[in-house]
Design a protein around this ligand. Structure first.
Ligand SMILES: Cc1cc2nc3c(=O)[nH]c(=O)nc-3n(C[C@H](O)[C@H](O)[C@H](O)COP(=O)(O)OP(=O)(O)OC[C@H]3O[C@@H](n4cnc5c(N)ncnc54)[C@H](O)[C@@H]3O)c2cc1C
Length: 466
């Protein structure tokens, strides 16, 4: 029986990063993956393919609508097959990269479905049905998450799709009905709208991007509406009739009431994701789950069974690749006797639409409900020189700082390139910076991040360009 210091179940950003860090620290490590390729949801059917399509479709839209304003004359023609091939090449390059890194770090990659047979024992069933048992001092569960489903609405990945099907539609739907105005619905809705679909988004709650800062949510919705998306808020899809050529979705008020029928060619169900623990044998092994089906862990990622740990989407916290990665590093360091740690107050969250939305830390609503007094510094992108010349003046930067100490408590960006710009705010928060620290940091001109500096100056009511 092969024996290891550590077996990681799942090779997503949580699992493969954990394995690499463990190997760096001298632990003999194996990763078990049931999918044909490494990289988990993120690389295969999540972050990477969605960002490829967002990038390509954004350029397509720019070529059609913005290039002429810059003196560039082109008439773009969509080659959807070519765009999908571009996306697939991007995925292929990334999953091969993980393969390379596992080999480089001398990690044993085992293909098959893992089940925890007992603490310290993992049974792996290969595609051919052959079963092998591996032994380890520690096991890390990094099995990620799966699509959340709507009762009575069956996802066939052809006409009623999850994010996975929406990443590979063979043609642009005339009308795409998106169920759920969260990150995935807005990102993939944006892709297909840019490529020519009429997009209607039905959301149970009364606004887009539930959980984010209220001002960000309102501004984002206005901008998406301006781009042509339609929102039906405080509404729910209760059924989809698939019998005809077109889908007929029954939509009714969230609180109940008279339903209306909305016809669509494709329905995207994007109401969230649920932890994935199927077939792992957790009940038999005695590993406790929480009330939402996530593997319950303590602050050191230890489950209820000694020697079994868990990280990533399968445990509590934001379902984000970088959160899973950081937990992977932390648990590997803990297993190697070090003090692994994740700062959950400084985890950025990005929506890769146009404009992008990127946030870190607390929203105004959170600060109010916690009774924390704060100052607000806000700077509109219309006043940023680079945004003006680039014609990307939508949105703003907002910094929330403690009213007494000036420490930065939250940063909210709605603007082009916000996903890259948020890094500076995360670093500032990690180092416990004050708004004045950011305001006194020299920012290159002309750049979009100057808006972050101006917002920081605006906290003390001394913005220059406003
Ligand atoms: C469309 C979409 C877009 C997204 N975009 C972003 C983004 O831009 N940024 C971001 O941060 N996050 C994004 N996410 C979320 C991100 O993909 C997840 O947070 C991340 O993948 C979680 O990593 P993980 O390692 O916990 O799990 P996963 O990536 O889900 O990996 C788990 C792996 O475990 C394997 N596995 C499960 N059970 C077993 C078993 N019993 N035996 C062997 N293997 C098993 C699975 O096959 C899978 O490969 C997106 C998700 C989706 C769906």
């Amino acid at each position: 029986m092969a024996s290891y210091d550590l077996i990681v179940i799942g090779s997503g950003p949580g699992g493969y990063v954990c394995a690499i860090r463990a190997a760096q620290l001298g632990l003999k490590t194996a990763v078990v993956e049931k999918r044909a390729t490494f990289g988990g949801t993120c690389l295969n059917i999540g972050c990477i393919p969605s960002k490829a399509l967002l990038h390509a479709s954004e350029l397509y839209e720019e070529a059609g609508h913005t290039f002429s304003k810059m003196g560039i004359g082109v008439a773009p023609k969509l080659d959807l097959k070519g765009m999908m091939a571009f996306k697939d090449r991007g995925v292929d390059g990334n999953v091969k990269g993980v393969d390379f890194l596992l080999k480089k770090n001398k990690i044993d990659a085992v293909r098959g479905t893992a089940r925890i047979a007992a603490p310290g024992q993992v049974e792996v069933t290969g595609e051919d049905g052959k079963v092998q048992t591996l032994e380890a001092r520690s096991i890390v569960i990094a099995t990620g998450s799966d699509v959340a489903r709507l009762k009575g609405i069956e996802i066939d990945e052809q006409r009623i799709v999850s994010s996975t099907g929406a990443l590979s539609l063979p043609q642009v739907p005339k009308h795409l009905l998106v169920v759920g105005a969260g990150v995935i619905g807005l990102e993939l809705g944006s892709v297909w709208r840019r490529l020519g679909a009429q997009v209607t988004v039905v959301e149970f709650l009364d606004g887009v991007l539930p959980g984010m800062d209220g001002e960000v949510r309102r501004q984002a919705q206005r901008l998406f509406e301006k781009q042509g998306m339609t929102f039906k808020l405080s509404s729910k899809v209760t059924a989809v009739d698939t019998s005809g050529k077109r889908l007929k979705a029954s939509v009714e008020p969230a609180k109940g009431g008279t339903p209306e029928t909305i016809e669509a060619d494709v329905v995207l169900v994007s109401i969230g994701r649920v932890p994935y623990t199927d077939g792992l044998g957790l009940k038999e092994a005695g590993v406790a789950l929480d009330e939402r089906g996530r593997v319950a862990v303590d602050s050191h990622y230890a489950t209820s069974v000694p020697g079994i740990w868990a990280i990533g989407d399968v445990i509590a916290g934001p379902m984000l690749a970088h959160k899973a990665e950081d937990e992977g590093v932390a648990v590997a360091e803990i297993l190697a006797g070090q003090a692994g740690h994740v700062n959950y107050d400084a985890i950025p969250n990005v929506v890769y639409t146009y404009p992008e939305i990127a946030v870190v830390g607390k929203s105004e609503e959170e600060l109010k409900s916690a009774g924390i007094a704060y100052n607000v510094g806000k700077f509109p992108m219309t006043a940023n020189g680079r945004a003006k010349v680039n014609m990307t003046t939508e949105g703003f930067v907002k910094i929330l700082a403690d009213a007494t100490t000036d420490r930065v408590l939250g940063v909210h960006l709605v603007c082009a390139d916000a996903g890259n710009m948020i890094a500076e705010a995360v670093l500032a928060m990690e180092f416990g910076a004050s708004a004045e620290d950011i305001a006194r940091t020299c920012h290159a001109h002309p750049t979009l991040p100057e808006a972050v500096k101006e917002a920081a100056m605006a906290v003390a009511k001394r913005a220059i360009h406003m």
